[in-house]
Design a binder for this molecule. Structure first.
Ligand code: PLP
Ligand code: COI
Length: 342
């Protein structure tokens, strides 16, 4: 384990670094145990466990930040708790009480406080709750034993480009989620399938894929790890919730901030990829806990590229980033009641 004093908090990327403590709770005989903090470490698992064989697993992603005055903040953690339970239900796993979830998250953050990057580094302590089918199984069905773990990792920006724009490739070959599937649940299976497309697009020089809907191959869905936004005809447009996109908490917050703080008209609707190639689309960005707000410099489909705003972050993108991160770091008043202090 790396000691906090040996970590350069000012040059972190989004890579695994072991921290001191994790929270573990087991579900057996129809109930959750009390759960406890333990040193971060390996555990044994049956080769026949449900998660290893059939992918019965979900996760969440949250961040703890250090404010200027040293306080530790979480951003809308109850929303993560609710989505955790939504995902658990979809994957036929037991829910975890929201209060216990929040309590466990706070405890893990407190226990790993020394690993929270300083305010001026711009980094965060990423919090990763996972829940999976632990017990052995052979036929395709749920197990009845589950494990919940919450661990933490100090992180910097998800995309090495940081607040510079990323280049995305629109795929007409791969899709991420289909209607009736698991796209809006944060199940590990959704991510396994995006690894090959992500590797291939990186080899072609793009940061990530911008996925289209699986039926028409026409409407923008999302980036592999973040939600999509565009300024189209001076309105803030984002794909509507169809059950195939992950319904981001940052996405939801951006919609509130755009209308309440910037007075922007917002549209949750089907967005054809063709709209991104028209002059009426003037800016694009993507949002997520890990990605925060990442400007999109260009999109490319089958060799045809559209560059936004000379590759510079657009005015709205910059304003949204400023407002969101200022609320998260207690630099401005949290008028929406989104911050939970640890
Ligand atoms: N879309 C996908 C596929 C994601 O993995 C994430 C990250 O959690 C998001 C969108 C953004 O969600 P949130 O803003 O809740 O982090
Ligand atoms: C997040 O933003 O928290 C995510 O889960 C995205 C990714 C790291 C999988």
């Amino acid at each position: 384990m790396v000691k906090p004093k040996d970590i350069d908090f000012y040059s972190l990327g989004f890579n695994f670094i072991e921290t001191k403590t994790m929270f573990v709770s087991d579900y057996k005989d129809g109930k959750w145990d009390k759960g406890k903090l333990v040193p971060f470490g390996n555990f044994e698992i049956s080769p026949a466990s449900c998660v290893l064989n059939y992918g019965q697993g979900i996760f969440e992603g949250m961040k703890a930040l250090k404010a200027k005055n040293g306080e530790i903040t979480l951003f809308r953690p109850e929303e993560n708790g609710k989505r955790f339970n939504f995902s658990a239900k979809r994957m036929l796993m037991p829910e975890y009480s929201l209060n216990k979830f929040l309590d466990a998250v706070k405890k893990v953050v407190k226990a790993n406080e020394d690993y929270i990057p300083p305010y001026d580094s711009g980094g965060a302590l990423y919090i990763r709750p996972i829940l999976f089918g632990y017990g052995p199984i052979l036929g395709v069905a749920s197990t009845d034993e589950f494990k919940l773990i919450i661990y933490t990792v100090p992180v910097g920006p998800y995309f090495p480009e940081g607040f510079k724009g990323i280049d995305l490739e629109i795929s007409k070959r791969y899709t991420r989620a289909a209607p009736g599937g698991t796209g809006s649940a944060k199940t590990i299976c959704n991510y396994a399938g995006t690894m090959l497309p992500a590797k291939e697009t990186k080899e072609r020089g793009y940061a990530q894929i911008l996925y289209l809907d699986a039926v028409m191959m026409e409407f923008i869905e999302e980036v592999g790890t973040a939600n999509f936004f565009g300024i189209i005809n001076n309105k803030l447009a984002t794909p509507r919730k169809t059950g195939t996109i992950l319904e981001g908490i940052t996405r939801e917050s951006i919609l509130v901030l755009a209308s309440k703080k910037l007075g922007l008209e917002i549209e949750e609707r089907d967005i054809s990829y063709e709209e991104l190639f028209e002059d009426s689309c003037t800016e694009a960005f993507c949002t997520g806990t890990a990605a925060v707000i990442t400007p999109i410099a260009s999109v490319t489909l089958e060799g045809k590229q559209r560059v936004f705003n000379k590759r510079e972050p657009g005015e709205t993108t910059k304003k949204m980033y400023e407002i969101l991160t200022s609320i998260q770091r207690l630099d401005i008043k949290d008028e929406f009641g989104w911050i939970v202090k640890v």
